[in-house]
Design a binder for this molecule. Structure first.
Ligand SMILES: Nc1ncnc2c1ncn2[C@@H]1O[C@H](COP(=O)(O)OP(=O)(O)OP(=O)(O)O)[C@@H](O)[C@H]1O
Length: 391
């Protein structure tokens, strides 16, 4: 009788069985649950499916049987099935999303990641992000801002860092430019020609964001705020895969229509299991110097949305001219004019957020990984004035 193949040899042979939907082999996908080799030439293989009623079950049945039967010494093959647990499915999803989890240490010293999103554009999500960063910093927190609004990046301008070019440190990590109060800012806008990101699509974006999380020297932060693009597109999904512990802060205006669209973002966040930290209502009325209040965008949308989602309304930020002027001038209003009503409202929002996230220690206390050299291959270099010392 032939010598039987061992488990490793059988596992190797199973690499020939490809999941037609995921386009990877079942070994790589960690769908081979067990392999038992019996002396009489019988081999039992158990394969884990993503769902019990998986329509391609028979494809695996035949594929596994053929692959193993082809090995010398195998007389017959029993193929059985079970289903991946929720955790295993989550791991698989992360793996598919980016080819493995973030290396340990990438954000080892970042205690809280807050993704700031909105339903529709122009509700002031980027202004709220920049000011919230300044407000958290005013509360004594160490803060970073990742501008993931790749098609409409505005954080460099809002922090007066438009002319900055990030440098690379001795560990070959990208050093984020620092705004007033040491707020660390990273944006695609530091690397590309104006509007060059407009044509970017899923995989390229995914890789760029991954690099911004992995290869940027964020150091020790209490909060990393991520300014998402408006809507429910790819970027939110990508970040959810990369940052399973991140939380979501929704910015909306008081109008029912904005609230409705924002709810869709919340649904997306729930789908990818991002916990929603709360709602911020922006552009909530305008008060004239005489004290008369106009509800330009209506009333109450933020509260309604918060109630509907069962999360707190963390702030209602009025329309004020200085907020816009300071954004254009490159200093967040909270830092430039802390007495402005919008600045006060955002300070209050920051305190609400802090109250909800009492975690003072890094959530991921893993040892920093050996730094990989940043490739920046996905970031088209600026033809002129590119000063990254990485050639
Ligand atoms: N509370 C406010 N008071 C006055 N102006 C505001 C306020 N909030 C935002 N703005 C102004 O509204 C405009 C849009 O704001 P911002 O760019 O922050 O919105 P956004 O939601 O990030 O937009 P996008 O969809 O482009 O990402 C900007 O000119 C900003 O200065």
């Amino acid at each position: 009788m032939d010598v039987m193949p061992n488990q490793d040899e059988i596992r190797e042979a199973l690499r020939a069985v490809i999941d037609p939907e995921l386009r990877k082999d079942i070994v790589e996908l960690e769908m081979v649950r067990s392999i038992d080799v019996h002396e009489n030439g019988v081999v039992d293989v158990m394969v884990s499916l993503t769902t019990p009623g998986c329509p391609i079950r028979s494809h695996f049945q035949t594929g596994v049987a053929n692959a193993v039967k082809a090995l010398d010494g195998v007389v017959s093959v029993n193929v059985s099935f079970d289903v991946l647990s929720d955790d295993e499915k989550g791991n698989l999803q992360r793996k598919l999303g980016r080819g493995g989890p973030l290396p340990s240490g990438a954000l080892a010293q970042v205690a809280n990641v807050i993704c700031v999103g909105s339903g529709k554009g122009g509700v002031g999500k980027s202004s709220v992000t920049a000011n919230l960063a300044a407000a958290l910093s005013a509360e004594g927190k160490k803060v970073g801002v990742l501008d993931a609004d790749v098609w409409g990046y505005s954080q460099p301008r809002m922090f007066g860092l438009g002319a900055q070019r990030p440098k690379v440190n001795e560990q070959r990590r990208i050093v984020p430019p620092e705004a007033q109060d040491g707020i660390k800012v990273m944006s695609i806008g530091f690397f590309i020609e104006e509007d060059a990101a407009v044509v970017w699509r899923g995989p390229m974006l995914h890789k760029a964001l991954q690099q911004f999380l992995e290869d940027v020297d964020w150091g020790e932060l209490d909060y990393l705020l991520v300014d998402l693009p408006p809507g429910t597109g790819d970027v939110g999904m990508t970040l959810a895969q990369l940052l399973p512990d991140a939380r979501f802060l929704l910015v909306t205006t008081p109008q029912p229509v904005a609230q409705k669209v924002a709810r869709r973002s919340a649904e997306m966040a729930a789908k990818v299991r991002l916990e929603i930290a709360g709602v911020v209502e922006n552009m909530s009325g305008f008060v004239t110097p005489g004290g008369e209040r106009f509800a330009i965008f209506g009333e109450g949308g933020g509260q309604l949305l918060a109630d509907e989602l069962g999360v707190p309304l963390l702030g209602t930020v009025p329309l004020t001219m200085p907020l816009r002027e300071q954004a254009d001038a490159g200093t967040p209003l909270v830092a430039a004019n802390p007495d402005d009503p919008a600045a006060q409202a955002i300070r209050q929002t920051a305190r609400g957020l802090i109250a909800q996230t009492p975690v003072a220690l890094p959530v991921m206390q893993t040892a920093p990984a050996a730094p990989a050299p940043p490739s920046l291959d996905v970031i088209p270099p600026r033809p002129a004035g590119m000063s990254l010392p990485m050639a």
